[in-house]
Design a protein around this ligand. Structure first.
Ligand code: CTP
Ligand code: MG
Length: 230
């Protein structure tokens, strides 16, 4: 089957602050979005990628190929799901409904080939697709409005969701369209699939596949990228 990457990169990085959207900030010599793209397109099993950019993005370098593979662009939307849907529509017409699409945050620069391999294997094996994630490690507290502890929640069944998230193109497109029609904002692609009754597989990934949300995250990403594959 064909495998394409989709990178939502139309966000403004409001939690990070500053003038430059975080996907264009540099770490270890290149922008976060270039790290994310290179991790995906340097992988032998991935055929190409689509990036969803803000309508007025002046910073996209205009790449049309990378690692000898097609790199397409489209205009994203107001919510992450709108950006992903736009990218799905921008896939080449010969990428069918059964093709595997890997949705990956442009601001998640430290994706390693081993995680990609295990994610792709799991998504091919499971009809509902698969996502990278990791079990919750901290003790979880439920709070009231005054931030006083009400209960300790059992954590053994709880995971954090990372990206990439891998689904068949047709099923993901239908799920995101449905969430939009229902007026539900989904915070990841798996959530849209779950609303359709799917149970995607959780693939335990590296903890250092972090999403840059704040300046402290960027410092950590810089350290991890400079350190390499340890
Ligand atoms: N994204 C997107 N389109 C949107 C919102 C987000 O393509 N309308 C992308 C971001 O560019 C990022 C990824 O989705 O690569 C993850 O989103 P997030 O970390 O929330 O980034 P931002 O929305 O830019 O940051 P913030 O929520 O702090 O504003
Ligand atoms: Mg956001």
């Amino acid at each position: 089957a064909r495998i394409w990457a989709v990178l939502p990169a139309a966000g403004r990085g409001t939690r990070f602050g500053g003038e430059v959207p975080k996907q264009y900030l540099e770490a270890a010599g290149k922008p976060l979005i270039a790290h994310a793209l290179d991790a995906l397109l340097s992988h032998a099993r991935i055929d190409g990628a689509v990036v969803a950019l803000a309508a007025d993005d002046p910073r996209w370098p205009g790449w049309t190929t990378r690692h000898g593979k097609p790199l397409l662009r489209c205009t994203g939307g107001g919510e992450r799901a709108d950006s992903v849907l736009a990218a799905l529509h921008a896939l080449p017409s010969d990428v069918g409904d059964d093709a595997l699409v890997l949705v990956h945050d442009a601001a998640r620069p430290n994706l390693r080939a081993g995680d990609l391999d295990r994610l792709i294997d799991a998504a091919i094996a499971h009809p509902d697709g698969a996502i990278l994630g990791a079990p919750v490690r901290d003790t979880l507290k439920r709070a009231d409005a005054a931030s006083h502890i009400v209960a300790t929640e059992p954590r053994s069944a709880l995971w954090r969701a990372f990206t990439p998230q891998a689904f068949r193109r047709g099923a993901l497109s239908a799920a995101l369209e449905r969430a939009r029609a229902d007026g539900v904002v989904v915070t990841d692609e798996a959530m849209a699939m779950e609303r359709m009754g799917a149970h995607p597989a959780l693939v335990e990934g590296r903890e250092d596949n972090l999403k840059v949300t704040t300046p402290a995250d960027l410092a950590l990403a810089e350290y991890l990228l400079a350190r390499g594959t340890a």
